[in-house]
Design a protein around this ligand. Structure first.
Ligand code: DAH
Length: 353
């Protein structure tokens, strides 16, 4: 009995001292992240933690001491719990950054925009011809009769000048939206002396009802090369290089005689149908060939009307529809999707070059 009492007398001040020491530790609680705070909780408040161990010991405290020691222990437990919650709350205020900052984590993907298929194909056309020495030239979309028609040898009664085809901006028939990019040829020739080697990409307008196969605006790329001794063979070579670069090395070309007011002779160029390899299919209407552009040797009248001596210089020109090339490359059947800006369609070109 005596011994037991003696032990208790020594034991109680020790227990109080341990509680007070823990209280001091709790005051100094610090954590920089969620893991550290959890480690504190486990060390002090879990079932096997230090405060729980004190509660176990508390059971052996003499009844007359229980009140004082119990109060002290409860204070310790409350303070520890409050302090841990307080630190957790301070993390929550700063958001997940402070609590769970992990700089090695892959960021959430930001949805990237895509280039429009027309831009992709236009850029590819420009790239292929720039490797043959062509530079880009630009001209206005609102034009006059001279640049769009007269300088290009269109006779006054030519149907392309008609209201049916051309959008006139004012009552004055001399202000109109360009119906083709061939007018940039004139603008370049007026200001530049040969040798000239330009590529003119741009938007053109025609008074057409909008359908799957026609639109009131679309895109063209015009090419013009003028120098001494430029021949039809040069034209053919430039276009063959283009066709193979654009559609693949195995692509064949053929030139059919045609008519354009600004070229003489004129031709239309077909490429072998890459769907059936030239055997004939529904896409090429059984012929094995699909038309992709118009071309020819620049008519001497055009050179002269732009102040270039046609006895000294010759040249070739070609013009192609960007939508047409895009359709051939990506099989887009309905022209209208190009201007609808439906992101489901545009997203399909995410992985295109
Ligand atoms: N300008 C013509 C069109 O819009 C395309 C064209 C054909 C352009 C032959 C040319 C050419 O330069 O030589 O249909």
């Amino acid at each position: 009995m005596y011994l037991c009492e003696k032990i208790r007398i020594i034991y109680i001040p020790m227990l109080k001292e341990r509680i007070n020491n823990l209280l001091a530790e709790v005051e100094k609680f610090k954590a920089d992240n969620a893991e550290q705070i959890e480690a504190l909780r486990i060390k002090y408040l879990s079932k096997k933690g230090e405060i729980s161990a004190l509660f176990d010991e508390f059971r052996t405290v003499a009844p007359e001491q229980k009140k004082e020691v119990g109060q002290l222990l409860n204070t310790l437990k409350t303070k520890a719990t409050d302090k841990i919650n307080e630190i957790k709350a301070s993390f929550a205020d700063k958001g997940p950054v402070a609590a769970d900052l992990d700089l090695t984590r892959t960021p959430d993907p930001i949805p990237m925009g895509t280039r429009h298929p027309i831009s992709l194909v236009r850029n590819k056309i420009v790239d292929i011809f720039s490797r043959q020495g062509f530079v880009v030239a630009d001209g206005p979309e609102v034009e006059d009769d001279w640049h769009v028609f007269s300088s290009l040898n269109f006779p006054p009664e030519h149907p392309a000048r008609d209201m049916q085809d051309t959008f006139f901006i004012t009552r004055d028939p001399d202000v109109l939206l360009r119906t083709h990019t061939s007018c940039v040829q004139t603008r370049v020739m007026e200001h530049q002396k040969p040798p000239i080697r330009v590529l003119c990409p741009g938007r053109v307008y025609r008074n057409e009802a909008i359908s799957a196969r026609a639109h009131c605006f679309f895109h063209q790329v015009e090419g013009l090369y003028i120098d001494k001794n430029v021949s039809f063979a040069d034209l053919k070579q430039a276009l063959m290089f283009f066709a193979k670069e654009m559609f693949g090395e195995e692509t064949q070309i053929r030139l059919r005689p045609s008519y354009f007011p600004f070229t003489e002779p004129s031709a239309e160029m077909d490429i072998s149908c890459d769907l059936c390899g030239g055997k004939g299919c529904g896409f090429c209407k059984g012929s094995g060939w699909v038309e992709i552009l118009g071309c020819g040797m620049v008519d001497p009248n055009v050179l002269e009307s732009c102040g270039i001596d046609s006895k000294v210089y010759s040249g070739f020109a070609f013009g192609m529809g960007v939508e047409r090339i895009t359709n051939l490359k990506y099989r887009v059947k309905d022209l209208r999707v190009f201007s609808e800006n439906d992101t489901r369609f545009l997203d399909e070109f995410k992985s295109a070059y």
